[in-house]
Every structure is written in C-alpha cells, then in structure tokens.
Design a binder for this molecule. Sequence first.
Ligand code: ASP
Length: 346
Amino acid sequence: MLKSLKTATVLLLCLLSDVTFGQTGGPKYVMVIHGGAGTLSRKNMSPEKEAAYRAALKLALQTGYTAIKSGKSSLDAVEATIHTLEDNPLFNAGKGAVFTHEGRNEMDAAVMDGKTMKAGAVAGVTVIRNPISAARAVMEKSEHVMMAGPGAEAFAKQAGLAIVDPSYFYTKERWDGLQKALREDSAKAVLDHGSKKSMLLGTQNRDNKFGTVGAVALDNAGNLAAGTSTGGMTNKKYGRIGDSPVIGAGTYANNATAGISCTGWGEFYIRNVVAYDISAMMEYKNMTVADAAQAAIAKVGNMGGDGGLIALDAKGHAAMPFNTEGMYRGTVTEDGKIEVFIFKKE
Ligand code: ASP
C-alpha cells in the first residue's frame, strides 16, 4: 500500500514537473539557471515584479552565454552569471540575502568543476560581496574544499576579493521578512520557500521571497561547471548551514555525468545527497539526466521536503524539476535562444 502510494507520488511529480529538455536530439543547452523554488503563484505576484524577475533571469543567461560564446570556460560562465544574481536584491544571495535570527546576513556558496572534479565552498560569510567568487578562490587558491566564517573571510580578503560592510546586504523586504518570522514563530527557522507541507510543520513564511541562485554551464570544450549561492533560511540560528555549499548535496559537477545545482529545504537535500545522487544514478544505472533528476526530487518529496534543482549533462540535455508551486529558472541553447520560466505551467 505504502509502496504503491510512493509510486503514485513519483508518477504525479513526473507529470507535474514537465521541465526536461533536449533528450531526443533537440537543441543543445549550454546553460541552465535557477533563482529559487517556492510558493510562487501568479495571483501573488504583481506584473511589475514578474517582469523584474524575468529580466534578471534573462540578463543572467545572456551574461553566461556571452562568456561561453567568447570561448571562456564553464567556470567563468557560472561565476559571471551568479554575480548578476548575487548583485540583484531580488534574489536570496549576495545583496538581498535573508536575515538570521540575530539580524545578520550569513551566506553560503559553492562551485565545482566537472573536468577536474575540484570544488570550493564558503559557509556563513558576512562581508564577501560575491560569495561565489570566494568559493572559486577556495577551489583554485587553496588545497581545501570548504572554509567557514571569519577564516573564509580572511582568505577571501587575501585573495583580493571585494569586501563590503555587512550593511551592503540589507534590503527592507528581507528585514521585514525576518520581523514577520520573529512574530510568527521565534523558535523556528523559516524556509524561504514554505510549502503547504512545511506550513503544517510550522516552518511557513508564504509571503517571504525566494531565491537561492544557481547555474550550470557547458563550454565549447565540453566541460561542465556548477555553482550555487544563497543566504539560506530566514531566522536561521546557531550558524545553521544548508545544502548549497555542501558538495554532493546542493552542488555537484562531473563531466562524465552532469552538473547540478539545487534549491529547496536544505536539510532534506543534505540527507538525500541529492546532487551526487543524480550523478550516481546516471553513472551506475545509466539513467538520463531527466530521469535521474526527477527521481531525486521524488525522493526529497517522499521524505517531506520541497524544492527543485537544475541539471545539465555533457551533451547539453537539461532538466529543471521541482515539487513546489514554481521555480525561477531559465535556459539558453547553443544558438543563443533564451527561455525563462517562473510558474509550473507557462
Ligand atoms: N537550499 C537553501 C538552504 O537550505 C535554501 C533555498 O534553496 O532557498 O539553505
């Protein structure tokens, strides 16, 4: 009974997330991005806000595409693309990051190179203007994979990255989001993308904005790279770190399989090792990127978690499944055609 219920859920999720591309000799995708998954519905979004999100996603994809077309590496494309999203206050990454319980902005980011399988990540950083660049510096300029807090900040400074006053990250909308969360339930961290299920568990904040950001790129040399950057969850406490900077959970890339960036309820993504799970399903079970991505999201859903992810394989097949009401997302093909989506059905 339980098993058939699970199978039905998987099938339903597959039907709901008809967001896979390029599996049957269609166009070759060279970049796929996300700007967070959550309770995004048309009726809750003004036309102006929707237009602003669509423009930001297009700019991000255009930036990545220009980098790839000019012969830059997938790593360069991912970093440049994520910069535009981190610098945009609409997204929960860089400027516009959500606030912790104590009223700080603590950001996480990771990047992985599918060719060398090198990776870098930072967690809980508060003064690095573009955390994705710090993640890349950890990967390229140190022998480590992950650095956290003041140590990561000292390293970024030494690497010559832009350091800002913490007030740079402030936005009124995120501050108001924290005040609301504190009023509603000061004891719980609030997901930036509360679903009906998470509302039942008391972790809701439906009015809050979404917007962890991520990008996966495929360059002219056939190399994949993936990156993710986030402010995490509103009202988070105790130095909580989500899945985004955890290699294999929120971010992963391997030329032999795919590049992946996740967004959603981080704890579920860590427990399911979601990004690596997709790569493993492709490697060991010979699954397509679309099937593996959908299976991974179904597992998250079956455990009670919600969110989405983007994945791109080395042949240019893309997948963007999610089990929330919407996900900011977009693709660009090798001929420069850009498409952006927000809602489930567009
Ligand atoms: N996955 C992120 C985290 O849990 C949040 C998000 O994607 O919105 O920190």
